[in-house]
Write a protein that binds this ligand. Structure first.
Ligand code: GLN
Length: 304
């Protein structure tokens, strides 16, 4: 049995004073105000025990971490039909890379690069009655927490400056892989990314990926097979052109966001969430990667 609290404390102390903490994302202007010194780690075991250190109860912008929850919701709505519109291969390119869409005739490489996530957003806009309200409700149900909300300033900030995402959506539309108007899909996508959650709320939300598809309240959200697929995608595509490095150093399925959060999990064992807003060159949390590497090294708990 591991003493998780002691392990988290050690990792926090070891990592906190790293000199190069990376750079806070500023291409979404509203995110640039976040203090780079925030640092929190939270772990939830499958048995329901929880451990935390540092800023694990402070809300932050989950950004691309939301893409995993959006994919899970879309899979529960339309199942295997998703794969007619999005592929399941790692892209080896940055999350907002445009050229591949053109080369591959409008079928994004995977659901976690922006192009793929925008197609998933389109599926949710088509299949949810009140897309923004229903998606928020989904996350509140997964976590059993009504306090979770969108940060409208972050969503609007991205709407004003998200030229590359507009280009992506327009390109997808030109290949007939977007059924709804670009504005509507991106409004949903920017809100989805602008959800604010704490490390402990994210550990709760991702619980069903470590629990064969059943959430905290033991309600089945997606099938066991769908969970296997989503975890496989997190492992191969969750960190864009750094997915290999994350598997190599950490060895867990996981997902990052430019808000500086990373969630990773070991099926039927635990979910661990780290938040440190400074990013490395690939757009993944610098200290988050270091902390998770130390965690799986110390505990020897990885899928390998
Ligand atoms: N990697 C990320 O977290 C990117 C999400 C951000 N909303 C974007 O579309 O650019």
């Amino acid at each position: 049995m591991h003493d998780y609290q002691a392990i988290l404390n050690t990792i926090y102390q070891d990592t906190k004073n790293t000199e190069d903490k990376g750079v806070v994302a500023s291409y979404i202007p509203e995110l640039a105000h976040v203090n780079r010194d925030n640092f929190g780690i939270h772990l939830r075991t499958s048995a329901g025990e929880t451990f935390g250190i540092g800023d694990f109860e402070k809300p932050f912008s989950i950004q691309s971490i939301s893409k995993v929850l959006a994919l899970a919701k879309a899979m529960s709505l339309i199942g295997e039909d998703i794969w007619k519109r999005v592929d399941v291969e790692p892209s080896g390119n940055p999350f907002n890379y445009l050229a591949l869409i053109e080369v591959e005739n409008g079928i994004p490489r995977n659901p976690f690069i922006n192009a793929g996530a925008i197609v998933i957003a389109d599926i949710l806009v088509s299949n949810l009655k009140n897309p923004k309200a229903d998606f928020l409700e989904y996350i509140r149900t997964l976590t059993n927490d009504q306090s979770i909300n969108y940060n409208k300033e972050v969503a609007n900030s991205e709407k004003l400056t998200g030229f590359k995402n507009y280009a992506t959506a327009n390109l997808l539309k030109s290949f007939n892989n977007l059924n709804n108007p670009v504005e509507e899909v991106l409004d949903f996508y920017f809100h989805q990314c602008a959800i604010e959650m704490t490390c402990s709320q994210l550990s709760k939300a991702f619980y069903f990926f470590s629990n064969k598809g059943s959430c905290l309240q033991n309600k089945v959200q997606i099938t066991n097979q769908q969970v296997k697929r989503i975890n496989a995608l997190m492992l191969t595509c969750g960190f864009y052109d750094e997915a290999g490095e994350f598997a190599f150093e950490v060895g867990l399925p996981g997902k990052s966001g430019v808000g500086g959060g990373i969630v990773a999990l070991l099926p039927e064992k635990f979910i661990i969430t780290v938040w440190s807003p400074g990013l490395n060159k690939k757009g993944n949390s610098k200290l988050g990667m270091l902390a998770l590497e130390e965690f799986t090294t110390k505990t020897k708990l990885s899928i390998f």
